[in-house]
Write a protein that binds this ligand. Structure first.
Ligand code: ACO
Length: 329
């Protein structure tokens, strides 16, 4: 097993106060609570208000992490933000967060790896710390998917929610805890199965963009579903094998929360009973890069993850990107 060089310290989360239930969607599009629960497991999702920006939600999560880590904003050397729904296209939301937090000494940048953004961010942070470039890296997953969701498209609008989660990455203080393995993978040939066709340089903002609603997320749900199951299974296998562990060694599996059927299929493939699998997709829907750090924070606060717990996190998202990480807490 790899000796951990980097550990995760502290967790935090923020979810907006406004909640959209399946009953609300019954009034908005041609759908039913029964269809949504049976096909996705989702019952409600949190939707941001005007002041609940990606940067503002991230600040709430970050402050909790700093308190637990016993450091201040000026001790942060880098901020790595996983987001697919930044507040602005330029600059990155990490820059806005840096200013809001007063993290004046931090380099700050976003990572666009869709739902895999938090695990990609943790892996980049691990590299920054092991290379000696940074001592303390704040890693955030934050999304405001409601701003890029087409609320007239019943096949996507029922899925997505908003929120933020965070942790801090630093060199290990005690060789028993930390990142044991990380695995990242991408297949860009499948980009157009889950994407936003417009808004960037290929289809810049103009009347056509407004007319074709190309600004919003488009998804070929069934194809994405199949790829998600296959890729998350691959990522679990690769990360466990890299860590020299088996499913039996894992105390908690935190899968990206997109769909209960994908989560169950991933757990089944990994050989993990559902009582070891953390599920909150019913309460938040798919919050993309925020889903794993929100779940991580809930697990730690509920005592499901304790000192010494072995945690497997696995994600899949647009790109396609997928990733897994094994951490000893
Ligand atoms: N309510 C009622 N009926 C619906 C709805 C709805 N909200 N949405 C679609 N339907 C209908 C379809 O029109 C279709 O009807 P038809 O048979 O008459 O054509 C039928 O339901 C079945 O549609 P499918 O798309 O095949 O349904 P499926 O069982 O695949 O479920 C879902 C759709 C929930 C989107 C699923 O495919 C899924 O979860 N896909 C993966 C999404 C995901 O994991 N994304 C992760 C990455 S997200 C990111 O990176 C931001």
């Amino acid at each position: 097993m790899k000796r951990p060089l980097v550990e995760l310290v502290g967790t935090g989360r923020y979810t907006p106060t406004k909640v959209l239930t399946n009953a609300d969607f019954e009034r908005m599009v041609d759908t039913s609570d029964e269809w949504i629960v049976e096909r996705t497991g989702i019952r409600e999702r949190h939707i941001s208000g005007p002041t609940e920006t990606v940067a503002a939600m991230s600040k709430f999560a970050a402050v909790q992490v700093l308190e637990q880590a016993g450091i201040g904003p000026l001790d942060i050397d880098a901020i790595v933000m996983g987001t697919a729904s930044p507040d602005r296209l330029l600059p990155s939301s990490a820059c806005d967060l840096q200013a809001l937090l007063g993290a004046d000494n931090a380099a700050a940048f976003d990572i666009q790896a869709a739902c895999s953004g938090f695990l990609y961010g943790l892996t980049v942070a691990e590299g920054l710390v092991t290379a000696g470039t940074a001592r303390h890296v704040l890693v955030i997953g934050a999304e405001r998917l409601s701003t890029i969701t087409d609320y007239t498209d019943r096949s996507t609008c029922i899925l997505f929610g908003d929120g933020a989660g965070a942790t801090l990455v630093r060199a290990v203080s005690d060789g028993r805890r930390g990142i044991l393995a990380s695995y990242l993978k991408t297949d860009g040939r499948l980009a157009e199965l889950l994407y936003r066709p417009g808004g960037g340089g290929c289809h810049p903002p103009d009347e056509r963009l407004l007319a074709d609603r190309g600004y919003f997320i488009k998804m070929a749900g069934r194809e994405v579903f199949k790829a998600a199951v296959r890729s998350m299974a691959d990522a679990c296998d690769q990360a466990l094998s890299q860590a020299g562990l088996t499913a039996r060694d894992v105390d908690v599996l935190i899968p990206h929360q997109a769909n209960i059927r994908i989560i169950e299929a991933t757990a089944k493939h990994a050989g993990m009973p559902m009582d070891k699998v953390y599920v909150n997709v019913d309460r938040y829907g798919n919050t993309s890069a925020a889903s794993i750090p929100i779940a991580l924070d809930e697990c730690v606060r509920e005592g499901r993850i304790r000192e010494g717990s072995t945690v497997l996190m696995v994600a899949f998202g647009g790109g396609f990107t997928w990733a897994a990480m094994v951490v000893r807490w």
